[in-house]
Design a protein around this ligand. Structure first.
Ligand SMILES: Cc1cc2nc3c(=O)[nH]c(=O)nc-3n(C[C@H](O)[C@H](O)[C@H](O)COP(=O)(O)OP(=O)(O)OC[C@H]3O[C@@H](n4cnc5c(N)ncnc54)[C@H](O)[C@@H]3O)c2cc1C
Length: 249
């Protein structure tokens, strides 16, 4: 992609920015008809795969997230690559990618490279993508944990940017991952909480309480027009615990 060009996938983020006058791209490259980007083979999900397809065929927690994105119209147009490209801390797809340690595949005239999610997302709406690179695909690991749950908290169920997003996964051997969105500049993992609970085969009340406490401690939210720092911190722990309990059932 030429360096001065802006990619347009579903346009559900980009056109909002254009309509509000926040950006005026000089050259736009429309990707909708690039078939390769819509290809999905095993754990390699083309950047142009829409929320609608993810809702139907995605791994459980990603499908759960897809179901909550915007409206049917937005889900038919919006893509996972666009969500990754925008890199909002409130992107619905990102906690799942963080929880499973997904990688982002980038393509340019000089070849392809793959970056782990935590090397790719570097700040609020900031990524390590070079201007000449397209996001070609999202790569998931071959084996995904059986137990995986997504949920978010917002002032209503749909068409709203939520205040906390969370994915919890738990593998057969107890390894537990907790990823959260909207509570730090980028999606984060609550590593201390993960470490604590992964070593407990059958967590009891005390373990669950400590797990929630650690999650609340690890997030670094801010107060803004959507919520307060205290509420986001508290609800991160509550939500993560609730999802862990679902994984344990
Ligand atoms: C009414 C409404 C409701 C919404 N609700 C939600 C919601 O609930 N949850 C949520 O997470 N999001 C929501 N969004 C935001 C948006 O729908 C998603 O982020 C969506 O995934 C963006 O995908 P897109 O294909 O439309 O991206 P686009 O708007 O086409 O692109 C977004 C950004 O990524 C770049 N880009 C796109 N594709 C590529 C590529 N292949 N390579 C490099 N850069 C690329 C673009 O240049 C642009 O900067 C909503 C938007 C609207 C308008």
């Amino acid at each position: 992609m030429g360096e001065g060009a802006t990619a347009l996938a579903g346009g559900t983020d980009l056109m909002v920015e254009v309509n509000f006058g926040h950006t005026r791209p000089e050259n736009v490259v429309a990707l909708r008809r690039v078939e390769e980007l819509a290809q999905w083979e095993g754990g390699r999900i083309g950047a142009g795969v829409t929320w609608r397809r993810l809702e139907r065929d995605g791994p459980r927690a990603l499908a759960q997230a897809a179901r909550t994105v915007g409206s049917p119209q937005i889900r038919n147009a919006g893509t996972l690559g666009g969500n990754v490209g925008t890199a909002s801390p409130a992107g619905d797809g990102l906690p799942f990618l963080a929880a499973v340690d997904a990688s982002i595949e980038l393509a340019s005239e000089s070849g392809r490279r793959t970056l782990r999610w935590d090397d790719f997302f570097i700040g609020v709406k900031k990524t390590a993508r070079r201007p000449d690179e397209l996001i070609s695909a999202i790569q998931l690991p071959e084996a995904l944990p059986d137990r995986q749950e997504f949920a978010k908290i917002g002032v209503r169920n749909a068409m709203v940017i939520a205040t906390v997003y969370c994915v919890v996964t738990r593998a057969e051997d107890g390894e537990t991952r907790v990823a959260l969105g909207s509570v730090a500049p980028t999606t984060i993992r609550a590593r201390r909480a993960e470490e604590l609970i992964s070593s407990v085969a059958s967590p009891g009340e005390e373990d669950l309480r400590e797990f929630a406490r650690l999650v609340s401690e690890e997030v670094t939210p801010i107060t803004d027009h959507r919520s307060t720092e205290q509420y986001r911190r508290h609800s991160s722990g509550v939500l993560a615990r609730r999802l862990l309990e679902r994984c344990l059932r």
